[in-house]
Design a binder for this molecule. Structure first.
Ligand code: FEO
Length: 172
């Protein structure tokens, strides 16, 4: 059975993951209307992944005697000055999500809820990978700068940036 404190904290994270999904969906749309199909597809996939992160939390809360609350979400940014700005926002957002997961882990220990603590380890590992991937993308975008040809190639190859290649380029 979840304590009220843990239930509240997990519900907050459910909202953060849902908002992440919306943020990345908006990025996918912007890339799509800009004609960059590779980046757009990549962001659609990221958006789906965030929804999976949210659902995993929803199921956990409901299965442990809590009630997952599906709340109103903050509207995401829908336009960006550049792809560099867009990927900077993605990276910053992932850092924010990692901090939020760390806070949750801390709360689970304070509450002596070892089942939740154990469940959260998946998110801890996931955030290491997501941050590494976002950092790799940002590094590549910074290399490209304003070069249109570079952006074209990046759009073509972005689906090859997998979590594994990102992790090996960014040893933790
Ligand atoms: Fe669910 Fe990208 O953090």
């Amino acid at each position: 059975m979840l304590s009220k404190v843990i239930e509240g904290a997990l519900n907050k994270q459910i909202r953060i993951e849902a908002e992440s999904s919306q943020i990345y969906l908006a990025m996918a749309c912007w890339a799509e209307v800009k004609g960059l199909e590779g980046i757009s597809n990549f962001m659609y996939k990221q958006s789906d992944e965030e929804r999976e992160h949210m659902l995993k939390l929803v199921k956990f809360v409901n299965e442990r005697g809590g009630h997952a609350h599906i709340s109103e979400l903050k509207a995401p940014n829908v336009t960006f000055k550049s792809f560099k700005e867009m990927f900077e926002m993605l990276f910053k957002h992932e850092v924010f999500v990692s901090e939020s997961i760390n806070d949750l882990v801390h709360i689970s220990l304070e509450e002596r809820d070892y089942a939740t603590h154990n469940f959260l380890q998946w998110y801890v590992s996931e955030q290491i990978e997501e941050e590494a991937m976002a950092r790799t993308i940002l590094d590549k975008i910074n290399l490209i700068g304003d070069d249109k040809g570079g952006l074209y190639l990046f759009d073509r190859d972005i689906d090859k940036i997998t979590i594994t290649t990102a992790a090996s380029e960014n040893p933790m």
